[in-house]
Design a protein around this ligand. Structure first.
Ligand code: ADP
Ligand code: ASP
Ligand code: MG
Length: 406
């Protein structure tokens, strides 16, 4: 008998029929003799709908109140699934973040988990119940409701699995595993049997939303075996696990894209010590993640500084960026939201040369202009015009022969 955490995403609980389908899957696992903790998302589109309501109400909704609002989506699905299971004769009980004992910091809308008590879950499991936990939410030590960032139900699942020392954390979604790239864009994408935590981490942080980035970080840290599976089929999924020798042979294992980036250029920046520290210090104070940064060669003691920030943070970040630009003596800030970032990822890049130039060549052949480049040991990213995203992803997938098994 194992303890299994099963997480079902928004599409998998998108309507009554689908929640019943989830109930059948959970019942099957329970009847096979396993203890089951289910973590659920809100119905697909629900969180976006709630955000829409909030922004119709106020231009910059208060973060604390936003979390009170957003946490309601998951309360709906956990109650409905528990009802469905009980109706089938499978004893089940729903738990909010608070009832699960998920304590976070107070960074509303992107809170970090500090601890999970899990006492009530353990007791309910012991009495033979299926536990249905609300994803994406926790509480601060002062009992304020928090949420864990978009896609945060994945993190709830992994963190609960770690806290309960579960044998598996199964992430059920609308695709049957992690592919070489988004299978909804590239039909030739190939499903991976296994992927290392590090590669998955890069893929996720570069835009592959199949797993939330922080959930992968957490899984790596606590060595949680994660499987990505489909809630609509019984196909074998993808195991996310520690790197092994065989994986190292692959130079490029995946292509990711991210349309949620905006490019900001601050021009006429004085080329002197302390200026970058001041500019990015002020942006960091607004808790905005800056990703790629480039600084041009200076001319006449002035330079341009270009960087990317998530589009979703832009509204909050712009007043800070403008204030910072003014403080360092530059007048012009230009924003371009019409961009996307395409990336290639692979642990094998560490020991291979010429990978970046192959990427640039593939983009050039399609006539795609590169605006920014950044590299690390195991990835190369390029910022391009957004309308070329799909074309670029397909071209890169072909250029690195990702449809063929390594
Ligand atoms: P859920 O609602 O179940 O959490 P998400 O929409 O967050 O599901 O994540 C699943 C989606 O991730 C897929 O529908 C697919 O479009 C996208 N995706 C992006 N990159 C990949 C990839 N490399 N492999 C599989 N899916 C991917
Ligand atoms: N409902 C939340 C979201 O849409 C959390 C999740 O689905 O993982 O981001
Ligand atoms: Mg998701």
């Amino acid at each position: 008998m194992s303890l299994i955490v099963q997480k079902y995403g928004g599409t998998s609980v998108g309507n009554v029929e689908r929640i019943k389908n989830v109930a059948n899957r959970v019942a099957k696992t329970k009847k096979a003799g396993h203890d089951v903790v289910v973590v659920l998302s809100a119905m697909s589109g629900e969180t976006d709908k709630l955000i829409g309501l909030a922004t119709a109400m106020a231009e910059n909704p208060d973060d604390r109140e936003m979390d009170v609002l957003l946490s309601t989506g998951e309360r709906v699905t956990i109650a409905l699934l528990a009802m469905a299971l009980n109706d089938m004769g499978v004893p089940a009980m729903s738990f909010t973040g608070r009832q699960t004992g998920i304590v976070t910091d107070a960074a509303h809308t992107k809170a970090r988990i500090a601890s999970i008590d899990g006492g009530r879950i353990k007791a309910a499991l012991k009495s033979g119940k299926v536990c249905v936990v609300a994803g994406f939410q926790g509480i601060t030590p002062d009992s304020d409701v928090t949420t864990l960032g978009r896609g945060g139900s994945d993190l709830t699942a992994v963190a609960v699995a770690a806290a309960l020392k579960a044998d598996f954390c199964d992430i059920y979604t609308d695709v049957d595993g992690v592919y070489t790239t988004d299978p909804n864009i590239v039909p030739k994408a190939r499903k991976l049997d296994k992927i290392s935590y590090d590669e998955m981490l890069e893929m996720a942080s570069l835009g592959a939303k199949v797993l939330q980035t922080r959930s992968v970080e957490f899984a790596k840290k606590f060595n949680v075996p994660v499987r990505v599976l489909s809630s609509f089929s019984d196909a074998p999924g993808t195991l996310v696990t520690k790197e092994d020798k065989k994986m190292e042979k692959v130079v490029v294992s995946g292509v990711a894209y991210d349309k949620n980036q905006a490019k900001v250029t601050v021009s006429g920046v004085p080329d002197e010590p302390g200026v970058a520290a001041k500019l990015f210090g002020m942006i960091a104070d607004a808790k905005v993640n800056v990703d790629m940064i480039i600084q041009n060669v200076s001319q006449g003691g002035k330079t341009d500084m270009t960087f990317t920030v998530p589009k979703t943070d832009l509204k909050k970040a712009m007043p800070k960026i403008e204030a910072a630009a003014k403080a360092i003596g530059c007048k012009k800030v230009v924003v371009n939201e019409d961009i996307s970032k395409v990336s290639i990822i692979g642990v094998g890049m560490r020991s291979h040369t010429g990978v970046a130039s192959r990427m640039f060549d593939a983009l050039a052949k399609e006539g795609i202009n590169i605006m920014m480049i950044s590299t690390s040991e195991i990835k190369v990213s390029c910022v391009i015009e957004q309308k070329y995203t799909e074309l670029a992803v397909r071209a890169l997938h072909d250029a690195f022969g990702l449809d063929k098994a390594a």
